[in-house]
Design a protein around this ligand. Structure first.
Ligand code: NZQ
Ligand code: ZN
Length: 391
């Protein structure tokens, strides 16, 4: 049965090959100073920077640049960005990049005018935002996180080795996001497949939970099938617009908060992956792929019906003459084959994890209670050990 919920999503999306044409109308009413946030320079190499700057300048805005947002943005970078946002009197934060840049922009937006340490107040203590929030707009260049249409911001503290995601309320969602699938053509293959797997994981985190008949589960099966198809096309033909546009749209659906409404969700793969990320700075999607199968094999007996349904409805496993467990395991085996085909990292060692790090990674893994069997600390450690070498 659907639980009670409130649903709204304030982000206006512009999607398609000419989506950037809409930037001007979004900029016009939003003050004088634009804080232009971007990453390590890919947007300068592929020409997106020039396109954006031309439009912002043509609108007569003053541009203040905040470059160098790293994958897995850090608390130090956040502190620096908040200072720049305050001192420049930014009226709008324009994020041009992937999930890291969009997340960082949202973190600066809620933190710039926070009177205390925002890491402690908003990420550790998860208090409601009670200060001025700067509006954010995104031009997305890399697909995966769903950050373009949610209130999420994931920040890493390298000193304490904690990576924490905070989902803020509506007023911290991007006011607008511009999604041109062509902008993703230059994403390197490693990042592209990591992003694809991030999308898949977002869906699975919301799928493997609950035993009721829930519309979201049917929607998710459709999204997964479309993702599996389009991702394999994009792997062969990175400039296939149909595939890249489908993937981009699935990513947004997967985490724009619609799917989770009224249902239980798990998120333990992300909790494990984030702690791995906090200890290694590894690419987010790969931290998820490395722990997924050991975690789902652990979870399978507790959610057998759903794993069976997943095998049949998503991976087209024939159920005839097989036990429920055999069907469910065949589904995971097909998923494993697909993950290898994509070229995902399937073990923690490749990400730089060593045996002596496992205890600390387990300690840094936040325990969520929405799944079929929230793992105990010892079980978390066992899953991490199992993830070390792949198979
Ligand atoms: O830094 P630049 O030079 O821009 O290069 C980036 C970066 O190296 C590159 N890239 C992006 N667009 C490109 C491109 N290279 C060539 N052409 C383009 N068009 O790709 C690399 C990865 O970018 P990044 O933004 O780090 O990737 P992603 O979008 O996967 O974001 C990852 C971050 O998002 C968080 C993750 O934890 C991680 O910190 N997440 C955010 C979520 C949310 N807001 O809801 C949920 C997710 O589960 C996730 O945790
Ligand atoms: Zn993710």
């Amino acid at each position: 049965m659907l639980g009670d919920f409130t649903y709204s999503n304030p982000t206006r999306l512009y999607f398609g090959q000419n989506a950037l044409d809409n930037l001007r109308r979004e900029l016009e009413p939003r003050g004088k100073t634009v804080l232009l946030v971007y990453g390590g320079g890919s947007i300068k190499r592929n020409g997106i920077y020039d396109q954006v700057v031309d439009i912002v300048s043509a609108c007569g805005k003053q541009i203040v640049e905040d470059p160098g947002v790293m994958p897995n943005p850090t608390t130090d970078k956040l502190t620096q960005g908040c200072r720049l946002a305050r001192e420049s009197g930014a009226d709008l934060i324009l994020a041009v990049g992937g999930g890291s840049v969009c997340d960082y922009a949202k973190a600066v937006s809620v933190s710039a005018w926070c009177g205390e340490n925002p890491w402690e107040k908003y990420f550790l203590r998860k208090e409601p935002v009670d200060n001025r929030i700067l509006p954010v707009g995104c031009v997305l260049t890399m697909v995966g996180t769903g950050s373009e249409m949610n209130g999420g911001a994931v920040i890493s503290n390298p000193e304490t080795k904690r990576k924490i995601g905070r989902f803020f309320e509506d007023d911290a969602f991007p006011r607008f996001s511009i999604l041109n699938p062509v902008f993703t053509y230059t994403v390197p293959k490693y990042q592209m497949v990591a992003g694809i797997y991030d999308i898949m994981s977002h869906i699975l985190e919301q799928y493997f939970s609950g035993t009721d008949d829930n519309t979201s589960d049917y929607v998710m099966e459709g999204l997964l099938r479309s993702l599996i198809h389009s991702s394999q096309v994009a792997l062969r033909e990175p400039e296939n617009y149909e595939a890249r546009s489908n993937i981009m749209w699935i990513a947004t659906w997967a985490l724009n908060s619609l799917l989770s409404k009224g249902k239980a969700t798990d998120w333990m793969v992300h909790m494990l992956g984030q702690s791995v990320g906090a200890h290694t700075d590894a690419t987010h999607g790969m931290t998820l792929s490395a722990v997924t199968l050991p975690y789902y094999r652990f979870l399978l007996p507790y959610g057998l019906e759903k794993f069976k349904r997943f095998a049949v409805n998503v991976w087209q496993v024939s159920p005839h003459g097989k036990s429920d467990r055999a069907i469910a395991l065949e589904g995971l085996a097909r998923m494993e084959e697909y993950m290898h085909r994509l070229g995902l990292v399937m073990d923690l060692q490749t990400l730089g994890v060593t045996e002596d790090m496992l205890k600390s990674i387990a300690e840094g893994t936040f325990r969520r209670s929405g799944g079929y069997h929230p793992p105990e600390k010892a079980e978390i450690l066992a899953i991490l050990k199992e993830s070390m070498h792949g198979r």
